[in-house]
Design a protein around this ligand. Structure first.
Ligand code: SF4
Length: 386
């Protein structure tokens, strides 16, 4: 398939197409509930002044309820997330979601990143054609990039994140389920975060892992798949087998039906829209009944950032105000486009989460971007993310 040419990858609006199979409540009902909660001062008692200010900003924007990227709103994916929570957590969710959506636009940070991506494994069993896992200088074991996170390390990060960062994604450069410690890792996160996402190709799901996923650990399970055709899938998700993925999803759903009927997990198939030949309607037909949502995200040419020519982008990269990445070996990186860590900020052994997020090195990187100097930084100068 011929790849789409990418001018800019707008991270804040990266969902290309989005289809929900279930829409149990209307957005209006959720908004009314939020407005009602906000009218009772007792619901604000658990928050400090800073948090109250942010929540009020979020509510004030929600009252406007219009489609403007600079105005906070609940997009379909956020709406599904909020619906999966107890209403007592709605205001807390707004605090964190506002930081995630609006802080990168306003170029604002506070003590912690809005989202933390933790990498259980940099190793992947697939070699997708648009992924940096096709770079053999990255996957060659001798070069030190490949590995899996040890459990104590993971627990240390979770302890620091708990009550500070509510949006956690388990995944970055590799396939998380390659880690043999995944079950223990998931279980250590139980009931600790408003939204813990696990991104996986689902090829390595086992019964045991399904139980761990469904027992109040993962809030959103994102399964990566881009096409509905089995032969095309094999060509794109090299080493993958779509039948196996579909079978594994059936297994997960059966276990859910039998043991976790009250689970509010959100399941989403998310594909990379990298070619005009991909058909979203076919994806919807294939996954109907197996997952709650299907999405395509825009393609960002992850696979060649170190060799791609410089582009003309001078806008700052929004991810510098949105997410922080911790890799299996404890390295802290501002993004996973820079998959070989040339921008590495520090290590979790040197600085804790808050110190890293607010470190001079990170601030300087943000400043260079704000001053339209990303063209002097490798690989930012060849990266399309804004
Ligand atoms: S390489 Fe630079 S511009 Fe691209 S995502 Fe990373 S920090 Fe942002």
């Amino acid at each position: 398939m011929e790849k789409i040419k990418v001018e800019e990858y707008k991270k804040s609006n990266s969902f290309f197409s989005f289809k929900k199979y279930n829409d149990p409540k209307e957005k209006k009902d959720v908004l009314n509930k939020i407005f009602k909660l906000s009218q009772d001062n007792r619901n604000f008692e658990i928050f400090n002044d800073y948090q109250r200010t942010i929540i009020n900003l979020a509510i004030s924007d929600l009252k406007k309820d219009y489609e403007d990227p600079d105005v906070f709103n609940l997009k379909e994916n956020s709406l599904a997330e909020i619906l999966s929570l107890d209403s007592k957590d709605y205001l807390k969710y707004l605090f964190h979601r506002y930081r995630y959506e609006i802080f990168p636009l306003k170029k604002k940070i506070d003590e912690y990143p809005p989202c933390l991506q933790i990498e259980p494994s940099s190793i992947c069993n697939y070699r997708c054609i648009f992924c940096f896992e096709t770079d053999t200088s990255f996957t060659n074991k001798k070069n030190g990039f490949m590995g899996t996170m040890n459990l104590d390390f993971f627990k240390k990060i979770i302890d620091q994140a708990e009550n500070n960062v509510e949006f956690i994604t388990l995944a970055s450069r590799g396939e998380p389920l390659v880690s043999k410690k995944m079950q223990e890792m998931l279980e250590y996160t139980r009931n600790k975060f408003l939204n813990l996402k696990l991104n996986t190709n689902a090829s390595l799901l086992t019964e045991k892992i399904c139980h761990s996923i469904l027992s109040e650990t993962v809030k959103t399970l994102v399964i990566s798949a881009d096409v509905a055709d089995h032969e095309q899938y094999k060509k794109i998700r090299v080493n993958g087998d779509l039948s196996k993925v579909l079978k594994n999803l059936e297994m997960l759903n059966n276990i859910k039906e039998k043991h976790y009927r009250s689970s509010k997990i959100i399941t989403r198939v998310s594909g990379v829209k990298f070619s005009t030949e991909q058909n979203f309607d076919e994806m919807i037909n294939l996954w109907d009944g197996l997952v709650d949502q299907v999405a395509y995200v825009d393609y960002n040419p992850w696979e060649n950032v170190y060799v791609a020519p410089s582009n003309n982008i001078s806008k700052p990269c929004s991810d510098l105000w949105r997410r922080m990445f911790i890799w299996w070996d404890g390295k802290i990186n501002p993004c996973d486009v820079d998959y070989k860590s040339s921008l590495s900020i520090s290590s979790i052994e040197e600085k804790n989460l808050s110190e890293s997020w607010n470190s001079e090195k990170y601030k300087n990187l943000r400043l260079q971007h704000l001053n339209s100097k990303r063209q002097s930084i490798k690989p930012c100068k060849s990266c399309a993310l804004v």
